[in-house]
Design a protein around this ligand. Structure first.
Ligand SMILES: [Zn+2]
Ligand SMILES: [Zn+2]
Length: 259
């Protein structure tokens, strides 16, 4: 598959499953650009696979127009052996080039059609449904992972800290800020879960040593935090996302009740 894509001028890389790290050699990139020119194409797309992800369509096809402006000479990093390369990460559907500010949201390129795949049969709708499948399949994994996290946190050593952090939360989700103690005379508090902040991948769960390791979040926020089972989103980042989403929300539930 890799050879076939490269024959068509694409730049294919394997990203680290846990960290999303990968490197691009400027000489390889140049070769791909030239290959594309020879084929009458504008330039190579960057295709990022993840090592042993176990998902057939777990690849991002980042268009040339998006990746090319990120690969600048000033973001090249010199290696110990004197050669240069670009260090990049693709995690939580965000593409970042080291020595450069910010990131590029690349979620829409997940599971996109590959140059080797004909677009006459199959077509965009099939790809879209496969994308949904990929997301739902990993969502099931997330739910399983969260259940496992809860089991680990209920072990004797962690259980006391877990109870304490729930008491201290006042029933408020640290992600979305909703106060669940105000709903159903407190019965909605069961929507709150305890998240282990030091746990990067959903599969591993390190020992809880202090309260600061834990965060109280609602079931929805918890699932969002583990969107990528291999790299949890920091709670603070989700809080910012909520803030931004709320400030741009036009529809308010208040107007529903007035009708
Ligand atoms: Zn929440
Ligand atoms: Zn968690």
């Amino acid at each position: 598959m890799k050879e076939k894509l490269e024959e068509l001028g694409e730049c294919v890389v394997l990203a680290n499953l846990e960290t999303g790290w990968f490197a691009i050699n400027p000489n390889t990139w140049k070769k791909r650009v030239e290959r594309c020119k020879g084929l009458g194409r504008t330039g190579p797309n960057l295709i990022v696979y993840r090592t042993r992800s176990g998902e057939e369509r777990d690849h991002h096809v980042v268009p040339y127009g998006v990746i090319a402006p990120l690969l600048l000479t000033d973001s090249l990093k010199q290696q110990k052996n004197g050669t240069y390369r670009w260090n990049l990460t693709l995690a939580n559907d965000r593409l970042h080039v080291s020595h450069r500010q910010g990131y590029e949201p690349v979620e829409k390129y997940l599971a996109s059609r590959l140059a080797t795949e004909a677009d006459d049969h199959g077509g965009a709708s099939d790809i879209a449904s496969e994308l949904v499948n990929l997301r739902t399949r990993s969502f099931e994994g997330i739910v399983e992972g969260i259940a496992r996290e809860a089991i680990v946190l209920s072990r004797t050593r962690s259980a006391a800290l877990r109870r304490e952090v729930l008491n201290l939360s006042g029933g408020i989700c640290e992600g979305c800020g909703v106060n669940f103690s105000l709903l159903l005379h407190g019965r909605a508090l069961r929507a709150l879960q305890v998240h282990h902040k030091k746990q990067l991948a959903l599969r591993e769960t390190p020992e809880v040593t202090e309260l600061a390791d834990l965060a109280v979040v609602c079931a929805n926020c918890h699932a969002i935090i583990h969107t990528d089972p291999k790299a949890a989103i920091p709670v603070e980042e989700l809080r910012k996302e909520w803030k931004q989403a709320r400030s741009s929300t036009v529809r308010s539930f208040d107007s529903d009740t007035q009708a």
